[in-house]
Design a protein around this ligand. Sequence first.
Ligand code: BGC
Length: 393
Amino acid sequence: MFLAFPQQFVWGTSTAAAQVETAGQHPWHGMSALDGYRFERTTDHELRRAQDAENIKKLGNIYRCGVDWSRLQPEPMAKFDPAVVAEYRTFFQQLAEGRVRLMLVLHHFCHPNWFEAMGAWTKEENIPFFVNYTQQCIKHFGEFAAYWNTFNEPNVYAMNAYMLGNFPPFKKGRYFTANRVLDNMGKAHEIASLLIHEKFKDAPIGISLNTAVFRGLNFPGKLVAAFVDWWFLSRAARPFVKCDFWGISYYAYMLFDPFPIDAISRLEKLKRLAIPHDRMWGYLPEGLGIMLHRFYKKYKKPILITENGICTDDSEVRIESLKSYLKVCHQAIEEGVDLQGYIHWSTWDNFEWHLGPTYRFGLIRVDFETMERTFTPAAEFYSRVTRENGFDL
Ligand code: BGC
């Protein structure tokens, strides 16, 4: 049976500048990841833009990515470095020539060291620095952006940076700070949206919100799951409701018994309980359908899946997972959800933040010694799906 998607459905892939470019002057630079790699040279994207653009073109008609704020603006409020602007513009031009549209992400877990030193998103008075950066992004890159994501997963950022201590500045248990961070990002989102729409009034703007299914394995676990569900999916979304679409990412099925809050370190437990999982989380493709319905019912706005994928080394497993997820998407559309696009994470293997590059999500495999790229069978499969606008189940 061929599962055909709507004619205007958008297909693509995504990366984030910090995860694929050699690290600029940002807080991740130099960090040692769990797998032993140092956050420095990531995938040499800045040296391989033409080759990467060719690969991106084979994987749909949209590419979601960002720029490295720290490379563009080494000092607060400075004019963007013209050489870095030219580098990005050439790349975006290459994509445009291949009829690949851009979803431009302004903030993806990363900002310059000088912004971090000022207290980053914990302080409302820092918002003007982001606004200045946004204005220059609009000026230099706006013509290429078909869609905008002001923030990538503010919920994941606030949780990891201020509650779990996994992301810079590695603070733990600062619940109220995390909420303040969300609210400041929300204010920045609203200002950025006005500025973008002043210049590009039809460009859809949204954030990407991470979604996950949280379940308790016992009574106390259920209480924790209910709280995390509320915080992660409702409280964290609230500052961003002024958007044209919801960008939704989905990967994880999180179980609580009642701890830990972060299931990543508990693969042993998932194994013991015989719960399907990838290298990072519990695996439940139907959960994506639950999230799509929930967000559509609540906000009645178009949805784009801005990220979805699986952490594995095995290309065949990735293909099976793609099929399962796309089947869920197809069904949600049939049931009336206004789902307009699917963007897979990630285009090629990249530096998985505090865990390191060997936590692979790429359709394209990267050899981290030579940086050589290989189109995997999963990339062939996905490329076909994007060309045929559907697939044989
Ligand atoms: C993030 C990506 C990350 C991916 C896989 C998302 O939460 O936006 O940067 O690599 O998940 O963990």
